[in-house]
Design a binder for this molecule. Structure first.
Ligand SMILES: [Mn+2]
Length: 340
């Protein structure tokens, strides 16, 4: 595997975008607040300078995430597919083939025209020209630098902060830092947040729309996840399981369970939380979260742990996918936990 690092810089990428007339923007499947925020912020900036922009989400899109976009601002693949005649494709908040599965064939067809903007430590050779900065807490922190380079204001002087570039940037910044709690939320993050709030971003409304806007079925899944909880490693690690039967019983969908993995981290002894979700028969998705230990031991690196299963992410938030039943996937994870 080649080293996943920058091959370009923001001024060069800004020049390439200025020279293009038709730009397609993509992000990872099942977009989170940062994926959606990065895609929307860049789409808004490029449209503001007169570019034709096609933007696509893929996979499950939670209603809360879709609510960040205006009607028609983003299409969803593979129901709608991007055009191969585009001048440039920008892939934001990922560089990993495993995270863009429904778009793999498309991305191979436009190879050579793909630009990457990412803050993950691991990725593949999808984008020839890319800027990768794992020191950033969110991909929107990188996108905002590109928007500044393009000279586009973060709030349209004739518009409102709602549905602005600033709001999209804030959404990514807030969600990827757990609303400014994670270690990644450093002075630079707070400084950018202050700049965005000064432009009029309504953080209270954004919080409600993103975090307090779930369907009742979420509570049923929360109850089922908690009743499946087991402790490991003397209480340092927890594991929860959600089966296809749980989804049926709670009348819930895949987009009702986002973030449930964080619940056990509210317990003092717990440094790592794992949730296994049977998303379809013989497919189990696993999410890993960790928090700093109050003792001297270092924070469990869930990016490294997920990599043991071909997954990845960040130090404190990562995921992996198994083509195994819930039970088999659980055994795989438990085996690796023994050597944690
Ligand atoms: Mn991100």
């Amino acid at each position: 595997m080649k080293r996943y690092a920058s091959t370009s810089d923001l001024p060069s990428i800004a020049a390439r975008l200025r020279g293009a007339s038709h730009i397609t923007i993509l992000t990872h499947s099942k977009p989170d607040g940062d994926a959606a925020g990065s895609l929307l912020a860049l789409a808004r900036a490029l449209r503001a300078i007169g570019k034709r922009v096609d933007a696509f989400f893929t996979g499950i899109v939670e209603a809360n995430i879709m609510g960040l976009a205006r009607d028609g601002e983003v299409l969803v693949a593979p129901a709608a597919m991007p055009s191969v005649t585009t001048d440039v494709v920008v892939l934001v908040d990922t560089g990993a083939w495993s995270q863009v599965e429904p778009l793999q064939e498309y991305l191979r067809a436009v190879a050579g025209r793909v630009i990457g903007l990412d803050h993950h430590a691991r990725g593949d050779e999808i984008a020839g020209d890319r800027v990768v900065d794992p020191s950033l807490a969110s991909a929107t922190q990188l996108v905002v630098k590109l928007v500044d380079e393009l000279g586009v204001p973060l709030v349209d002087p004739n518009g409102t902060p709602h549905f602005s570039i600033a709001e999209a940037v804030f959404a990514g910044l807030a969600t990827d830092t757990g609303w400014f709690r994670f270690q990644s939320a450093n002075a630079g993050v707070y400084a950018l947040a202050a700049r965005l709030l000064a432009l009029g971003v309504d953080k209270t409304s954004l919080y409600q729309r993103l975090e307090e806007n779930w369907r009742p079925a979420r509570l049923g899944m929360m109850a089922r996840a908690l009743s499946s909880l087991t402790f490991h490693h003397g209480g340092r690690v927890t594991m929860m399981r959600l089966s296809q039967q749980d989804f049926a019983d709670a009348r819930a969908a895949q987009d009702d369970i986002g973030g449930l993995v964080n619940m056990p981290l509210s317990i003092g002894t717990v440094e790592m939380s794992i949730i296994l979700t049977e998303s379809e028969p013989q497919v189990t998705k696993v999410s890993f979260r960790s928090k700093p230990s109050l003792s001297a031991s270092p924070t469990i690196d869930v990016n490294a742990f997920a990599a043991r299963f071909g997954g990845g992410g960040h130090t404190q938030a990562a995921g992996a996918r198994f083509k195994l039943s819930l039970h088999e996937a659980q055994r795989e994870v438990e085996r690796e936990l023994e050597t944690l």
